[in-house]
Design a binder for this molecule. Structure first.
Ligand code: GDP
Ligand code: IMO
Ligand code: MG
Length: 428
């Protein structure tokens, strides 16, 4: 059975957790393929609110295998904390599977993330300070530690000592802070290593075998397309590939297994951290969306920057991911506006209007959004479960998004709760 990938189409926090949790009902496996605990995916089931950072959003369904793929960077103590929270909620983690080849976020990665951000001053990226960038840097430099190194504590101590030879030079000579000690790191990570060990396996083979058995495999992207290291608004990006190519690479399967690529599209745009954002609203409507939509980060609690939906960036996301369908989320948040706007072009300072997303981030930083305006709607749509029951203006807004993208609508989310969803087509 082919695999389905759910990908954030914007700058993260599109509601991927909610959509993946819903689709997981039909899957036998959910795979996180990149990122680490910079992600914050919210799943709401009745009164239970889960904020998942590393564990895939299929975890609430006992029959669904939850896989942490080798494209991830894993923070072991944070993972254990997450497992404890799940256990306290009565959610079993027996069906968890952790790649032996995923990289480990070390204490010095977190420290270096913080120090690097401070050093950048007004050029800071606004990272989550979870050590993501430094962990992927070490991976690319071939000096990272992997899960297989962690669970053998002697090997972990040896590899950590080797890594610290360079890291401590950087800490002491570049940043003028105290060096780290091997024993401290081993002591800090050993309990997590013991807890994780029973779950560790060759997840690439595990996923492949499920596909061969014709089971439905769902892949869960973290962050979003515009934060992709290759395709996003570099350097204001994360250090991995949330896009469709990253799914193949980070799970370790062939591209021909993927049939559906679902773009998760927030009905407006939000962004946390620095970087260009052409349709950003810095006026009272922007404030209204932030407050009405409670747009504060799941991981860091930071206020999210909000703006109108950006179809130039979304058409780019559809192109590079090959979206076969979209899930429009948080549509209910827009109820109450007299009019809604769609960014359909970027105007350069000389008046030229771009239809295509510019590859130069400096150019992107200079553009102003060109809008199409549509009438808004006042009705509370959160209890609606069919497309035809939506107010006419809401339907027209969704249809316009789909038409401009040239991609059909699979799902529409009208509330945070698991069942607050309109399914036009199941992409799995
Ligand atoms: P993710 O990182 O893409 O999984 O998204 P987050 O969980 O960080 O942020 C999305 C927020 O919107 C969470 O608080 C969700 O509970 C909430 N949410 C998801 N879908 C909807 C929706 O359709 N309507 C509303 N009002 N909230 C939603
Ligand atoms: P989910 O999966 C929104 C942003 C940070 C920063 C940039 C780099 O919940 O959608 P990093 O810590 O990754 O080096 O930060 O990326 N960022 C996110 N923004 N949602 C996320 O994850 C994010 N993960 C990272 O704010 O701008
Ligand atoms: Mg999030």
């Amino acid at each position: 059975m082919p695999a389905t990938v759910g990908i954030g189409a914007q700058w993260g926090d599109e509601g991927k957790g909610k959509i993946i949790d819903h689709l997981a009902e039909r899957a036998s496996m959910v795979v996180r393929y990149q990122g680490g605990n910079n992600a914050g995916h919210t799943v709401i089931i009745g009164d239970t609110v889960l904020k998942l950072h590393q564990v895939p959003s299929g975890i609430t369904r006992p029959s669904v295998a939850a896989v942490l793929g080798h494209g991830m960077v894993i923070n072991p103590p944070a993972l254990v904390e997450e497992l404890d929270i799940l256990a306290a909620e009565g959610i079993s983690t027996d069906n968890l599977h952790i790649s032996a080849n995923a990289h480990i976020i070390m204490p010095y990665h977190i420290l270096l993330d913080e120090l690097e951000e401070r050093r950048r001053q007004d050029q800071a990226i606004g990272t989550t300070k979870k050590g993501i960038g430094p962990a992927y840097t070490d991976k690319a430099a071939r000096s990272g530690l992997r899960v297989q190194d962690l669970i053998d504590l002697d090997r972990f101590a040896r590899r950590t000592a080797l890594a610290l030879e360079r890291v401590n030079l950087e800490l002491t000579r570049v940043f003028n802070v105290a060096p780290l000690k091997v024993e401290d790191i081993v002591e800090q990570y050993a309990p997590a290593a013991r807890r994780m060990a029973p779950y560790v396996r060759d997840t690439g083979l595990f996923i492949y075998e499920a596909l061969r058995r014709e089971e439905k495999v769902l892949m869960e992207g973290a962050q979003g397309t515009m934060l992709d290291i290759d395709n996003g608004t570099y350097p204001f990006v994360t250090s991995s590939s949330p896009s469709a190519g990253g799914a193949v690479q980070g799970a370790g399967i062939g591209p021909t297994w993927i049939k559906d690529v679902l773009g998760v599209v927030k009905a407006y745009t939000s962004r946390v951290g620095m970087g260009p954002f052409p349709s950003e609203l810095t006026d009272s409507i922007g404030d209204w969306i932030v407050e009405h939509g409670h747009e504060y980060g799941t991981t860091t609690g930071r206020r999210r920057r909000c703006g109108w939906i950006d179809l130039v960036a979304l058409r780019y996301a559809a192109r590079i991911n090959g979206f076969t369908g979209i899930a429009i989320t948080r549509l209910d948040v827009l109820s109450g506006l007299d009019e809604v706007r769609l960014c359909v072009g970027y105007r350069l300072p000389d008046g030229t209007v771009l239809q295509e997303y510019p590859s130069d981030t400096q150019v992107l930083a200079q553009v102003t959004a060109v809008y199409e305006t549509m009438p808004g709607w006042q009705e509370d749509i959160s209890a609606i479960r069919t497309f035809d029951e939506l107010p006419g203006n809401t339907r027209a807004y969704c249809q316009r998004i789909s038409d401009l993208l040239g991609v059909p609508i699979d799902l529409i989310s009208v509330g945070a709760e698991r069942n607050a969803l309109i399914a036009l087509r199941w992409p799995i």
